[in-house]
Design a protein around this ligand. Structure first.
Ligand code: 3H9
Length: 691
């Protein structure tokens, strides 16, 4: 007969046979909020003082141990007791304390486990210190205790990559002590009994000896990944102190760094993005819609995009029917999929048995009728409305009732496609980003007639294939490409006004983008933009400013890296573009033809103009309800277009700048665009960020 339980806020204590089980019950993920910390501290102190208790087990209620600190608390001062005090109480307790981990033990959750005398995991557990992803370092001893368990270089690798480690690997690495045989709680109680009377405080262990070269190599790898992220650099410094400073001093310094970084703009930006990602799944108006079942998928078109999309579904365990118009194209598509998997095997990301399993789930066919049983079909054929219309008409004939027709179009009018067929409510845009199997972003385009349950299905499918869906309404280019087009156009205008491609790219990369707009266009090919311009030529306002530099480059055969020359030239097929006098001549000629006196621009001016273009277009999209909320726009730019995440996205960034500077950028943008410029109510959007 179990003894009655005691309750300390969200913490429950259940005693049995001398072992006190402390249950953390703070749904949904048992974040270590203030009341959790308070309850834990009281429970541990009471059990510590209670002579009838000989050991303690910490375990989470629901589906997880502790997913980490409560990030919602990080915007203000943290209330006592703080997690280090809770962990200090665990270490001070004379009785052994065992962490019984199922689900996630991340951040403060894993740090609490590291404060215990032993850690046992269920097979579904993931453990790790992902704090750098939130722009901070571990703040409750993670940088000091983990190196004592796994060594400095492994700790640097794990912490600076924010790795979430699955149970098996965690046991192998020594991050946890044992794997449960099935009944986690019973095994943890058993463990607490078996270590009876013995404490094993990690703070008292020495850091395992390692060669300086290994440690330096791990630090170099981490710096390579840092891309300017302060948290990664600070984490390395903190971890290294585990070997050079007394434990208490290193712990205090870790805490001070954590507190400083927690209050930085970068950390605020990362927290904002964390919640933005979760909000993106909440689409107003479809709360009551039930997702349709999707157990088999079709992909039409096995080019680069189609093959990548097929891989997304295969990776998630879904069978895929892959369609191409002829055998050769189909074989080429299959070869693309195979070679992607082969690379994953070669780099150790999957084993060859997994590759074989995933490939076995593909059914290749040249006959659309093979899609008759599919629940969802994604077309990824050539980006041309007539071609896509033909495919949609044929799909309409062969698909079963209730099947969903997805289009991977990145620009075209989804409603025109939907009108083609007898079931417009089943049509949805699924705009994957290249490489589709790598990029997390998925723009989900909701047509005028898309049924709510079709939208709900798209979100559920996105979750199943581990994508980040952002819902957009229909317009040319949806959220991402429409903003990108305004940005690129402004960058081209700046060329005519006095900058050169390398000036613009350097200013943009110094802001934090991985690549500037011209280097990006060289990579993807100038002909894509050229075709879009030709398509839109007829509807363009003839009085609107138009830069034809890109057209001139295309006419000169400068189609980008694949042609060995574009905005830059690529000597001997190299990957690094070098500025080319021929491009300078074309740019200067454009200025002359437009009667513009070239004036050199500073990196700051270039950034202000480029960012104003992004922010203004984002504001227009929100006013037109193409995007539902500012954070959706920020997610698209950060996850699909290389906008630096440490700035939180363009709108979050703008909300943190002096309003006068934003206005000045918009004024300069307006003067540059001239006729037809539409100015969004940027102030109104940025006001939404005030709390
Ligand atoms: C830290 O610990 C610093 C320490 O070193 C400092 C020590 C002093 N806080 O993701 P889901 C919410 S930093 C607050 O959809 P899943 C989330 O917003 C932290 N809320 O579920 C959502 O709410 P809603 C280090 C949180 O099953 C709901 O829980 N830890 C937190 O797909 C469900 O979340 C991390 O970085 C949080 N920490 O995935 C881990 N976590 O329903 C962050 C979640 O209202 N968390 N919520 O939208 C995760 O990675 C995932 O949530 C997890 C579950 C894998 C646990």
């Amino acid at each position: 007969m179990p003894e009655p339980s005691e309750q300390f806020g969200p913490i429950r204590v259940q005693r049995s046979g001398g072992i006190a089980t402390v249950v953390i019950d703070n749904p949904p993920v048992n974040a270590s909020s203030w009341d959790v910390r308070r309850g834990l501290l009281t429970a541990i102190e009471q059990m510590s003082a209670d002579p009838s208790v000989s050991g303690i087990v910490l375990i989470g209620a629901g589906k997880t141990f502790i997913a980490g600190a409560d990030i919602k608390e990080f915007d203000g001062p943290l209330r006592d007791p703080q997690m280090p005090a809770v962990i200090a109480a665990v270490e001070a307790c004379a009785k052994p304390v065992v962490a019984a981990i199922h689900g996630a033990a991340l951040g403060a959750g894993y740090e609490l486990a590291l404060g215990c005398d032993a850690r046992i995991v269920a097979a579904d557990a993931i453990v790790g210190l992902p704090e750098v992803m939130l722009g901070i370092i571990p703040g409750a001893g993670g940088t000091q205790r983990l190196p004592r368990l796994v060594g400095l270089s492994a700790a640097i690798d794990l912490i600076t990559a924010g790795r979430r480690v699955k149970a098996n690997e965690a046991v192998a690495l020594g991050m946890v002590d044992a794997m449960s045989t099935g009944d986690l709680h019973a095994d943890a109680v058993q463990l607490a009994r078996s270590v009876q009377g013995r404490k094993r405080r990690l703070s008292e262990l020495d850091v395992p000896a390692e060669s300086d070269a290994d440690i330096a190599a791990a630090a170099d790898r981490a710096i390579g990944r840092a891309k300017g992220a302060a948290a990664i650099v600070e984490a390395i410094t903190a971890i290294q102190k585990a070997a050079t400073l007394p434990f208490a001093q290193a712990l205090a310094e870790e805490r001070a760094t954590f507190q400083r970084l927690r209050q930085s703009t970068e950390a605020a930006a990362k927290r904002y993005l964390f919640f933005a990602e979760r909000d993106a799944f909440r689409v107003p108006g479809i709360e009551h819609a039930r997702a349709r079942a999707v157990t088999s998928v079709g992909v039409v078109g096995a080019g680069t995009m189609g093959a990548g999309i097929a891989i997304c579904f295969l990776d998630a365990g879904l069978p895929v029917t892959l369609i191409e118009r002829d055998r050769n194209a189909l074989d080429a598509g299959l070869a693309r999929i195979r070679s992607t998997y082969q690379r994953m095997v070669d780099t150790g990301r999957i084993d060859s048995a997994t590759m074989a399993q995933r490939l076995a789930r593909v059914t290749p066919s040249t006959d659309l009728a093979a899609l008759a049983g599919a629940d969802l079909v994604v077309e990824a054929v050539f980006e041309d409305i007539a071609v896509k219309q033909t495919v949609f008409r044929e799909l309409d004939r062969v698909l079963k009732p209730g099947a969903i027709l997805g289009s991977n179009t990145s620009y075209l009018d989804l409603d025109v496609l939907a009108r083609e067929i007898s079931r417009p409510g089943d049509v949805i845009g699924l705009h994957f980003f290249a490489p589709a199997n790598v990029m997390r972003l998925l723009e989900v385009v909701r047509g005028a007639q898309t049924a709510p349950d079709v939208l709900a299905t798209a979100l559920a499918v996105a979750k199943a294939i581990r994508k980040l869906p952002v819902v957009a309404r229909v317009c040319e280019g949806f959220i991402g490409n429409r903003i990108y087009s305004a940005y690129r156009t402004q960058c081209e205008f700046m060329l005519e006004e006095g900058a050169l491609p390398a000036d613009v790219d350097a200013a943009i990369t110094s802001f934090g983008f991985a690549m500037g707009p011209f280097a990006v266009t060289d990579l993807s090919g100038l002909d894509i933009a050229w075709r879009t311009r030709q398509r839109l030529a007829l509807i363009r306002d003839p009085k609107a400013r138009y830069s034809d530099v890109l057209d001139k480059l295309c006419e000169a055969g400068r189609l980008g890296r694949k042609a060995g020359k574009g905005w830059y030239s690529y000597p001997e097929g190299g990957r690094r573009g070098v500025p080319d006098d021929a491009v300078r001549a074309i740019v200067e000629d454009a200025s002359r033809r437009r009667g513009i006196t070239r004036v050199q621009m500073t990196p700051g001016q270039i950034q202000a103009r480029a960012l104003a273009a992004i922010v203004n277009e984002a504001t227009l999209l929100l006013a037109e309800a193409i995007a539902a909320r500012p954070s959706d726009v920020d997610l698209v730019l950060v996850n699909g277009y290389g906008f630096p995440s440490q700035h939180g996205g363009p709108l979050f960034w703008a909300s943190r700048q002096p309003r006068a500077e934003i206005e000045a950028g918009l004024n300069a943008l307006a003067a540059s665009v001239g006729h037809g410029f539409r100015r969004g109510d940027v102030g109104k959007v940025l006001d939404q960020f005030k709390t």
